[in-house]
Write a protein that binds this ligand. Sequence first.
Ligand SMILES: Nc1ncnc2c1ncn2[C@@H]1O[C@H](COP(=O)(O)OP(=O)(O)OP(=O)(O)O)[C@@H](O)[C@H]1O
Length: 283
Amino acid sequence: MLKIKDLKKSYDLFQLDVSFEIPRGCITGLIGANGAGKSTIFKGILDLISIDGGTIEIFGKDYKTLSKKEKEKLGVVLAESGFSGFLTVQDVAKILENMYSQFDKAMFFDYCKRYQLPLKKQIKEFSTGMKAKLKILTAISHKAEFLLLDEPTTGLDVLAREDLLSMLREYMEENENRTILISSHISTDLEGLCDDLYMIDNGKVVLHEEIDTLLGQYGLLKISSEQYDTLDKNYLLRKKRESWGYACLTNQKQFYLENYPSYTMEKGSIDEVITMMIKGEKI
Ligand SMILES: Nc1ncnc2c1ncn2[C@@H]1O[C@H](COP(=O)(O)OP(=O)(O)OP(=O)(O)O)[C@@H](O)[C@H]1O
């Protein structure tokens, strides 16, 4: 669905250089701290910034050659975008109807009712959660095949975030060919939604893994210096010196559980894996 090879973009001290592929029918997450380069990737894919190098293919074509009809198959939420605050939901529906031949008006108003989005109130009076839901709704209501969502959950409370993730899950359930690329710095959002995860740090991909593998096969060994000295280190990815010894990240948890059953092995949250990959020392 999307193929990015050696995408490069420089801003002063920041240098983006990433390659990745997003298969049809999957939800792929981009996770990274503020300034990691997530929005730059989205803007590159959508041709909103000039890139310094690399290739981007969407639907098997160079991204610059997409026809109007093909662009209609994209549903986009960008961190800094949105409709004018002076418009109402009814105005937005009219705009979408004119923009997209596939706009599903009934579904749009049905969702507005379900998520209590008032039709006649100006958007500037909406809460952050209401604005976020409207943005997602504008991305999914024209039956887009591929959603590109940059930080759609930022600033939302737990309930609003859950509503938004439900909208995305429903969107995926309706058609198995639908595909999502979503970024967030909140790992739990992506953990419960995505099939595949790319971790971005300082413009580079530091880890690519399926969520099931990340949750099932990664683990954090917490051991003393003496235990570390005699440990088989072949299946360790990173280590970090701690006051009590070493924390070690492995993607072969089972090996250490079987061979060192008395050593402390923690499941390791996605945040801990990210921290170890970025701050830990290579073995
Ligand atoms: N137009 C620009 N001019 C100069 N520097 C920029 C510009 N846009 C982005 N940058 C820099 O590029 C880097 C990556 O920014 P980007 O917005 O892609 O990060 P991000 O991962 O989306 O962060 P956040 O989660 O805070 O939105 C940052 O160092 C940022 O300051």
